[in-house]
Design a protein around this ligand. Sequence first.
Ligand SMILES: Nc1ncnc2c1ncn2[C@@H]1O[C@H](COP(=O)(O)OP(=O)(O)OP(=O)(O)O)[C@@H](O)[C@H]1O
Ligand SMILES: [Mg+2]
Length: 535
Amino acid sequence: MTGKVVGISGSTVYVDLKGLKLLERVYVGHRMLAGEVVRLDGERAIVQVYEDTRGLGMNEPVKAGGAPLTVRLGPGLLSGMFDGLQRPLEKLRDETGPFIRIGKDMRALDCSAVRRFVPLKRKGDEVAPGENIGFVEEGAFRHFIAAGGRSQKRLSWTADGEISLEGPVGVFEDGEIITACSEWPVRVQRPCRRRLPVSGPIVTGQRSIDFLFPLARGGTAVLPGGFGTGKTILEQSIAKLADADIVVYVGCGERGNEMAEMIEEFLDLKDHWTGRPLMERTILVVNTSNMPVAAREASIYTAVTMAEYYRDMGYHVLFLADSLSRWAEALREISSSLEEMPGEEGYPTYLASRLSSFIQRAGVVETLSGATGSLSMVLSVSPPGADFTEPVTQACLRAGGAFLMLDTSLAHKRHFPAINWFQSYSLYSKDTIEVYIEKVSARWGTLMQRCRELLQKEQTLLEVSEIVGIEGLQDADRLVMRVAGMIRTEFLAQNAYTEDAFSPPEKTCAVITRILDYYDDASGRLKQGKGLEEI
Ligand SMILES: Nc1ncnc2c1ncn2[C@@H]1O[C@H](COP(=O)(O)OP(=O)(O)OP(=O)(O)O)[C@@H](O)[C@H]1O
Ligand SMILES: [Mg+2]
C-alpha cells in the first residue's frame, strides 16, 4: 500500500494512507525514512519518523510496513552493537561510511551465516509453543530455538548439523515451519509461563551496593544523580563486572564519545567471571544525543526485547540504561509535537504508566520451556538540578525496588560511587542476605547492621560537634567518628580506575570485618582506661 505525505512538522509527518494501524511501521518519502503511526485521525495518520526529516517534501510516497516496529531475534545478537532500531552499527558504517546515511533499512542478523544446529526434539515428538526444539552454539552460550505457534503439535522433521539462519530448523506435521530467526514487536512483553519472586543477589562488585543496597536477580535498581555524579561510570562498571549471564546496555541520549570509549574498552576486555571476551556476553544499543530523538524513544524497547529473548532461554540477563531521563525527554518531545495535553513539567500525562509498564518487564520467570530466567534492570536517571522531586525520578521511584541516590556533595568530595547511604534503599535486602550469609559469612547481617549504626551515629555526632567542637566530644564518640570515616573512605568509596574496581563479596566482608574488629578492639581498650591517641 502506498500513500503520500500531506503535512510535515519536524519529525511528525501527516500522511494520507488508508488502512494503517496504530503503531504500524511505515516508510516515508523517497529515502524510505522509518517511522511509526502514533495517531489515526480520520483520513490522516500521524507518523513519528525516527530519522532526520530535513529535505522531505510534500506528496512524497509513504509505504505501509504491515506490522508494528519489531526486532529480529536469533543467533548472532550477542556481541552486537545496534542503533535504536536494531540496525547493526558496524555494518551501517561499512556500507555508508562514518556519516550514516539515513533511510537505510538493515537486517540485524547476518542470515547467510551457517551454524551448527543440535536437535533436542526429533520426528514424532510433541512440542508445545515456546518449547525448545534444539540449540546452536553462540560463543559460550547455547542459543535455544523454540517452537512458535499456538498449540501443541507433532514434529515431522528437525535439522541436525549445519543450517542456514534463513532456512527451517524444524517442520510440524501440519507443514508449519520453525526457523532459527523470528520477529517480535518491541512494545509487547514476551510471554512466560508464570512470574516468580525475585531471588538471590546480583554481585556487582560495588561494596556499597552489594553490602548496603543489594540488587536482586529480577529486580530493578534506579540510579538518580545530578550532573557529573558518576552515573555513567557506575552503570558501565556494573555492565562490565556484574555476575550476569548476559548484559544488554543502552546508551540512551547520552554523549557519543562516552559510548565510543566504552565500546573500545569493552572490545578489549575479558569477562572476569569466565575469562572469555566480554563482548561475547554483551549487546550494546546506542542512541546517543546526536542521533534522532524518536528512535531514542524506541531504543529502550528494542533493547529490552532482546534482553527478554535471552531470558526466555533461561539466562540471567542484566539490562542497563543510561539515562532514562533522556528517554522521557524524547517522549515529551514527541508528545508535544502531537499537541497532547502536557502534564507535570511538560511530560505527557502517561509518563508514569509508560515507565512502570516498561519496568514491569523486569522479573524472574518460568519460561515457556520450563526453565528459570531473569531480567534485572539498572536504570540511571538524570534529574535536572539534582531535584529528585521531578516527575521522572518520582515515577521510577514508585516502580523500582532499589533506589541508589547519587549525591552531588559526595561527588564534589570525590567520594565515588557517590551513593548516599542515608537516602538510598533496597527492598531486596531480605531476598539476598541469606545467600551472603550462607556463602560468605554468617556475620554478614550483623556486620551490615553495625555498619549502618556507625554511619548513623557519625551523623548525629557531626551535628553535636558543630556546636561543641570536635574536642568537646568524648573519646568513645571520637572513636566512632574515626571508624565511620574509615568505613566511608576505605569501605564505601571505590575507585573505578584501580584494581579495587571489583570487590568480590569475600573481600567486601573482609574489609568491613577488619574495620569493625578494629572498632571493637579500640573500644575495649578505651574501657580499660587507655587514651584515644594511644590507640
Ligand atoms: N567510581 C569512580 N571512581 C573514580 N572516579 C569516578 C567514579 N565515578 C565517577 N568518577 C568521576 O566522576 C566523573 C563523572 O562521572 P560520570 O561521567 O559517570 O558522571 P555522570 O553522572 O554520568 O555525568 P552526566 O550527568 O554528565 O552524565 C568521571 O569522569 C570520573 O572522573
Ligand atoms: Mg553520564
